[in-house]
Design a protein around this ligand. Structure first.
Ligand SMILES: Nc1ncnc2c1ncn2[C@@H]1O[C@H](COP(=O)(O)OP(=O)(O)O)[C@@H](O)[C@H]1O
Ligand SMILES: CC(=O)N[C@@H](CCC(=O)OP(=O)(O)O)C(=O)O
Length: 287
């Protein structure tokens, strides 16, 4: 009897969180760095399916940087990044689009649907979900086919997310003349969360959150303010792939997104641990 009651208590404890987030949009960014083991990916998909079935509206934006690098490597094309953004020439763009929209997007959709969800895989080209123009040079470097977002098709995303579907979005945008743009997935997640006025924006990556010393797990910040983050960037303590994440969090918070979090996507069930507990896990970024 005891063990059954314990289970009942656990479910009842989730009630206030479910009530607070019922019908609300939650944008989750699943980074390539966290896509390490199939069984962990499976647990993340379970979390997302659960959110949907208790009445929240999750939207998943995925990355895939390591898989793109792997494919480029097999084609003898050298990856090149400036401040976490991939310099994307025409040959690289073809690989980016193929890997993100053809491989990773469909693998994720198949996993969600295998759990009974109705996931729908799209990239920014489909239904003009992400319109973009060529991004300006970064630190004096021309980024090639990297895009800067100009608009998000909120009508289509809302229609799907408020219905039975879980939109799964690959970060490829489209220009006015049908050209494709490579856009960092963190930036896409931030822009979608902002455009939809999401209640939560969650980044799943391969570290516990923001650390004051990148290699020291003990230096994890549970809360990071805008001032903390700007100082850390100035001091060179936030670098590479963490830069677009914190920039997206700050911009989203400033424009009305409820909460932003950076979590470890390489532990089991990080989303449930964040959403259904008071203390949460990882770093919460505040304005
Ligand atoms: N201050 C910091 N705290 C934690 N991670 C950091 C920090 N600065 C840079 N990083 C790096 O950011 C990486 C996560 O970004 P990235 O590799 O692009 O992942 P994703 O594929 O999830 O976008 C971490 O593995 C870490 O090496
Ligand atoms: C412009 C730019 O950098 N685009 C990224 C898009 C994928 C991505 O963001 O993947 P992660 O989330 O795994 O890093 C890239 O080409 O790697």
């Amino acid at each position: 009897m005891e063990q059954y009651l314990e289970r009942a208590h656990m479910l009842v404890e989730a009630l206030p969180y479910i009530q607070r987030l019922f019908g609300k949009t939650i944008v989750i960014k699943y980074g390539g760095a966290a896509m390490m083991h199939d069984d962990l990916t499976q647990k993340i998909m379970e979390d997302i399916t659960l959110l949907k079935f208790v009445g929240m509206n999750p939207i998943l934006v995925h990355g895939g940087g390591p898989d793109i690098n792997h494919m480029l490597d097999s084609l003898d094309i050298k990856p090149n990044f400036v401040d976490g953004l991939r310099v994307t020439d025409d040959a690289t763009m073809e690989v980016v689009q193929m890997v993100l929209t053809g491989k990773i997007n469909k693998e994720i959709v198949a996993k969600l649907n295998g759990m009974g969800a109705s996931a729908i895989g799209l990239c920014g080209i489909d239904g003009n979900i992400i319109k973009a123009v060529k991004a300006p040079p970064k630190n004096g470097v021309d980024l090639g086919n990297v895009g800067q977002i100009t608009s998000i098709n909120t009508t289509l995303l809302n229609t799907l997310a408020h219905d039975q579907y879980i939109p799964v979005i690959a970060p490829v945008g489209t220009g006015d003349h049908g050209e494709s743009y490579n856009i960092n997935a963190d930036t896409v997640a931030g822009a979608i969360a902002t455009a939809l006025k999401a209640e939560k924006l969650i980044f799943l990556t391969d570290t516990d959150g923001i650390r004051t010393k990148e290699d020291d797990p003990e230096s994890l910040l549970y809360v990071a303010s805008k001032t903390d983050i700007l100082n850390m960037i100035d001091e060179g303590k936030i670098t590479g792939g963490m830069l677009p994440k914190v920039q997206s969090c700050l911009s989203a918070i400033e424009k009305g997104v409820g909460r932003t979090h950076i979590l470890n996507g390489t532990i089991p069930h990080p989303i449930i641990l964040e959403i259904f507990t008071d203390s949460g896990i990882g770093t919460m970024v505040t304005g």
